[in-house]
Write a protein that binds this ligand. Structure first.
Ligand SMILES: CSCCC(=O)C(=O)COP(=O)(O)O
Ligand SMILES: [Mg+2]
Length: 242
């Protein structure tokens, strides 16, 4: 059962993407195949680029296969995609492919209908908006830069991923984000669909709301004992008075 939720005295709102602002189905059905079809060419033709080389080395290390060639790395990435593993080098390489796809007009991001109006409302109310997703910062920036309503990057102050903040189920990652943005943990609200992420944010002193959207993978599991909302319209957020 969900109801209207009010949070007063906030400074920052930090948003998860998949399952929270946007549909997991779109990521899995549109973005994943787009990257799967392009990993081979990226690894074979652009393997000398520093970001590609570093990610390839991280794949070799994570897989315990120091001699893996480009074809083998492509197969490892395909396996990780099949199991929806949120591995940092997979997300790095997807971010390169997706950001180029968004830039050339192949891709337009997806947001649930309640999300963009809520982001505009909270931004206009003076709340600082940040994103923390397993998707790489490059992917996040492309996602917000190429929406059905155009470029929403001006609404978002900062982007965090598993590379610049750390794993999403570790309280230390949330502590690192509030330290980086200069916000008090108790005045920072995290919105996510995953209970493990919400638990970690709360352990770091953040306020939390579990976004529980029908049809999303975590809907049945629920969000534990966190306040829950079925969509962002249910949230009334006010900024701290200076
Ligand atoms: C634009 S980011 C693409 C989505 C993605 O790959 C992902 O892993 C999102 O996970 P989240 O942490 O936002 O649930
Ligand atoms: Mg999520």
């Amino acid at each position: 059962m969900t109801a209207a939720l009010t949070f007063d005295g906030l400074d920052s709102v930090v948003l998860d993407i998949e399952g929270t602002t946007s549909a997991t189905g779109f990521v899995v059905d549109v973005l994943y195949p787009y990257s799967r079809e392009r990993f081979g060419a990226l690894l074979a033709e652009r393997g000398a680029e520093p970001a590609v080389r570093r990610a390839a080395d991280q794949v070799r290390e994570a897989a315990g296969e120091p001699a893996a060639d480009a074809a083998r790395i492509e197969r490892i990435l395909g396996g990780w995609l099949d199991e929806d593993r949120k591995a940092t080098p997979l997300k790095t390489l997807q971010g390169i492919i997706w950001s180029e796809g968004f830039a050339r007009g192949d891709l337009v991001s997806h947001f649930y209908p309640d999300t963009i109006p809520a982001l505009r409302r909270w931004h206009a109310a003076g709340l600082r908006l940040h994103v923390y997703s397993s998707g790489s910062v490059a992917a996040q920036r492309a996602w917000f830069g190429h929406t059905p309503e155009g470029d929403l990057l001006p609404l978002v102050e900062g982007f965090y991923d598993t590379e610049n903040a750390g794993p999403k189920q570790s309280p230390e990652s949330y502590a690192a984000i509030t330290a980086a943005i200069g916000a008090e943990p108790a005045r920072t609200l995290f919105l996510s669909d995953r209970p493990g992420e919400l638990d970690a944010a709360r352990a770091a002193g953040w306020r939390t709301v579990g976004v529980r959207r029908p049809g999303e993978p975590y809907f049945e599991q629920g969000v534990g004992d966190h306040p829950e909302a079925a969509c962002l319209d249910e949230l009334t957020l006010t900024r701290r008075t200076p």
